[in-house]
Design a protein around this ligand. Structure first.
Ligand code: AHG
Ligand code: MN
Ligand code: MN
Length: 323
């Protein structure tokens, strides 16, 4: 049994030992993601200084232009994951097309990621994050990313907040590791995370409520009547991280402007759904289990409600009763 404080690399290797047939490929793939997010975490800490350095030096020590943090995160993930040799294909929320890295032709896995979640929060020092989702290579085409949420081999997120936390699952529960910046290691801090059965917080951008279905407005009105309070940061990773720890519901419903919702299935909703379900919570677009959803194309969007069982069942019942 892993102990609190075990470092993420060792944890990944110990997990691999449970499967005698494992080749080690998934472990190396996960460690590549870990390395990329450590580099992003260290740059997040310097984000406020980038412009000062930019002004002072115009270019950094390698002679490159100082980049914006979201571009930087995307480039770091692409470079390190391509270089790992364990990913046959990469899909980024920031790119129109799937990438097939030269070094990945023997890779067994494909990875989708939101390199920087919460971009609007960078310059105001509010928490931001990275989300990733791993599938097995199937046909070896871009369509492999449309297999559906229940085919994920692993999913995780990193929150760059008051501390940086790496949370991930391979389908056997959820564990989270907090970065000790003095030694550069993610250390096990939240073992076998379980979301509370219910909470007292709802998290939704209520400025869109005029465009919601009446049923959705009724649902949130009921939560208010039941004494819930609201929190919404504009960073899904931060809002879901809080929901996992405190319970309640995170939602991005469809509205009159965004008929399919705002959040993207492949990069945001499917990985976070697997994570929440692995912690004992639920995730739905309003009726069914979102993990059963298959994106039509890599940038497809969906309405989403995820969190504690009580709140998600209540939403499903609200819809059922008002039909
Ligand atoms: P991204 O920064 O990757 O584009 O994602 C932002 C997403 C999500 O994290 C958040 O819940 C939502 O957009 C907030 O959008 P609004 O501020 O438009 O409500
Ligand atoms: Mn995002
Ligand atoms: Mn993003």
């Amino acid at each position: 049994m892993p102990n609190i404080g075990m470092d993420l690399n060792r944890y990944i290797l110990e997990e691999e030992r449970k499967y005698p047939s494992a080749t080690g490929s998934l472990s190396i793939a996960l460690m590549a993601i870990e390395t990329a997010t450590k580099i992003i975490a260290s740059h997040v800490r310097m984000a406020g200084l980038a412009e000062i350095f930019g002004k002072a030096m115009k270019t950094n020590i390698q002679g490159e232009e100082v980049q914006k943090l979201d571009e930087f995160a995307n480039n770091v993930l692409i470079r390190i994951l391509s270089d790992s040799g364990h990913f046959y294909a990469l899909a980024s929320e920031e790119l129109d097309e799937v990438i097939f890295p030269e070094k990945g032709t023997g890779g067994k896995y494909i990875v989708a990621f939101d390199p920087l979640d919460g971009s609007s929060n960078i310059e105001v020092n509010v928490s931001i994050g990275t989300i990733f989702s791993i599938y097995r290579k199937n046909k070896g085409t871009a369509e492999d990313f449309l297999q559906g949420g229940d085919k994920q081999i692993a999913a995780g997120y990193v929150i760059y907040g008051s501390s940086s936390v790496f949370a991930y699952t391979t389908g056997t529960g959820l564990n989270a590791f907090t970065l000790d910046p003095s030694v550069g290691l993610f250390l096990l801090s939240h073992k076998d995370m379980k979301i509370p059965e219910s909470g007292k917080i709802y998290s939704v951008n209520e400025s869109n409520s005029k465009g919601w279905d009446k049923r959705i407005r009724d649902y949130f009105d009921t939560l208010k009547d039941e004494g819930y309070t609201a929190r919404f940061s504009g960073t899904m990773v931060a809002d879901v991280h809080r929901t996992l720890l405190k319970g309640g519901v995170f939602a991005y419903p469809a509205d009159a402007k965004s008929k399919k919702g705002k959040l993207r299935l492949l990069y945001e909703v499917l990985p976070m759904s697997m994570i929440v379900e692995q912690a004992g919570g639920m995730s739905t677009e309003g009726k069914g289990d979102l993990l059963q959803a298959k994106p039509e194309e890599i940038h497809s969007r969906t309405p989403v409600f995820m969190g504690s069982r009580k709140e998600i069942v209540q939403l499903m019942n609200t819809q059922f009763m008002s039909k």
